[in-house]
Design a protein around this ligand. Sequence first.
Ligand SMILES: Cc1cc2nc3c(=O)[nH]c(=O)nc-3n(C[C@H](O)[C@H](O)[C@H](O)COP(=O)(O)O)c2cc1C
Length: 165
Amino acid sequence: MTNPKTLVVYYSRTGHTEAVAHEIARQTAADIEPIDAGAFAKGGLWYFRAAWAAWRGRDVSIAPHVHAPRNYDLVVIAGPVWMGRPCPPVRAYLRDHAADLPAVAFALTHGGGDVTPVIKTLGAAAGKAPVAQLTCSEGERKSGAEAEKIARFVDTLAPPNKTAA
Ligand SMILES: Cc1cc2nc3c(=O)[nH]c(=O)nc-3n(C[C@H](O)[C@H](O)[C@H](O)COP(=O)(O)O)c2cc1C
């Protein structure tokens, strides 16, 4: 079995998702690309503006992609949970690319609590259920449990669309 050709795309405001995304990319030998939302969620009172935008489901602009998702077998989409929702830049990526996506997997970072609804929202926006999902809380990051979860997640990224003859 060959490994799927994988792209990891991520948005990270404070670095947690960025670290998770890079570790996934390292372990899967994937290409990796940040979602560039420009000035969104930067500057004074950014937390409140970000929270408000997430809560309202606000549309944001993101820069054009570098790597075309259609050139991959699998796209891992990673981002933080904001206000019990996907953050707006990740929603924007799915808005712009849902039609071009191969198999998808989701990697969410969060402060704690139940993020199942966020996975469902992302699946609906992508138009397909994920082949795998990873959630990493701030507590798991601090305790070291995150590394084990990432390794298990990577193990579940079986080649999509390849069944035994
Ligand atoms: C505006 C905002 C809203 C957040 N809302 C939630 C939330 O509803 N639930 C939660 O578990 N964590 C929440 N968090 C915490 C982040 O999801 C968590 O710290 C995440 O790991 C940050 O990822 P990043 O460092 O890649 O930006 C929120 C953080 C921000 C900035």
